[in-house]
Design a protein around this ligand. Structure first.
Ligand code: HEM
Length: 277
């Protein structure tokens, strides 16, 4: 009789009494004990894991976006491009994840929805931080975090920094003259599109050869926003499929609120210039 294969004979490590194992390195005990269900319904585990994995990917997106912003500020555009490509891929991954959640029917969700209370992704501080970091800034979105001064401080610290789009415009200003109201705007406020910025980006697209780095930066940003928009669209479609036009647990109109968010533009001039080309 052939003996079952023993990987130890091939050198596989089998004794972790005094050594760091896979589970130790990844803090798996903590991670895999964080799926606290509040009901005994079957689909709540899917709902929790879908949100938790999304938050983990958002954590990585923040890490990459912050580094991309610093690279751009430091004049290292190519390093930033690599990170921005990764963030687009992260959103692509999050977009595919909706296919798993779509297997949850309204009947499945209704069975545990009450257990959520008023909690909702609307209160995701990481999602808000991503929006603030990219350039979609709305201080009204700080309010759901008022009970957590640490999170308000984190989000306010983000608002005090130039957004990724502010930094991209700063890079643009090295080749084109841009007005002071754009370059020294009040950072926590919402960005207002400006004709001079659009004219400059338009020139970049008319002469890519002369402004290749800015052209590449612009396309990286458009790519990222494209994936971000698809995430919003997949979210609202899944929400309509699961709760119809009910109000959200977070108190908004639900689908009506999310449809309104579809109109948000992160990098407005980069979209508007296309009509002029
Ligand atoms: C069946 C699943 C889901 C339903 C029914 C749902 C429903 C909703 C609704 C109705 C809103 C609007 C705010 C409110 O609650 O009133 C919302 C916002 C939000 N949800 Fe979901 N959601 C689902 C899955 C997810 C998942 C998996 C994520 C991933 C983290 C997520 C993240 C968010 C975020 C970030 C917002 C805020 C969007 C914004 O302010 O633009 N949702 N969700």
């Amino acid at each position: 009789m052939t003996q079952p294969y023993d990987p130890a004979k091939d050198g596989a490590e089998m004794d972790f009494k005094d050594r760091m194992s896979y589970g130790d390195y990844l803090s798996l005990d903590m991670l895999l004990n964080a799926q606290q269900t509040w009901t005994d319904t079957h689909d709540e585990m899917l709902f929790i894991i879908q949100h938790q994995t999304s938050e983990l990917w958002m954590r990585l997106a923040l890490h990459e976006l912050d580094a991309a912003r610093n690279s751009l500020l430091g004049g290292k555009a190519h390093q930033a491009f690599k990170m921005l490509s990764r963030v687009s891929r992260i959103f692509e991954q999050l977009n595919s994840a909706w296919d798993v959640l779509r297997t949850m029917t309204p009947s499945d969700y209704t069975a545990f929805r009450d257990a959520l209370g008023q909690s909702s992704g609307f209160q995701s501080h990481q999602y808000r931080q991503i929006e603030f970091m990219l350039g979609n800034r709305n201080t009204a979105m700080l309010k759901p975090h008022a009970h957590r001064p640490d999170l308000v401080a984190l989000l306010e610290a983000e608002l005090a920094q130039p957004s990724l789009y502010d930094v991209a415009i700063k890079a643009l200003s090295q080749s084109f003259s841009l007005p002071d109201e754009v370059l020294n705007r009040d950072l926590p406020e919402a960005y207002q599109p400006h004709a001079a910025v659009q004219a400059a980006w338009t020139e970049v697209y008319r002469n890519p050869e002369s402004h290749w780095e800015l052209y590449e930066l612009a396309e990286k940003l458009v790519d990222l926003e494209d994936y971000f928009r698809r995430w919003r669209f997949n979210h609202v479609t899944t929400v309509e499929r699961v709760i119809g036009f009910k109000r959200g647990t977070g108190g908004t109109g639900g689908v009506s609120y999310l449809k309104r968010m579809l109109a948000v533009e992160l990098f407005p001039e980069l979209w508007h210039l296309r009509t002029e080309l």
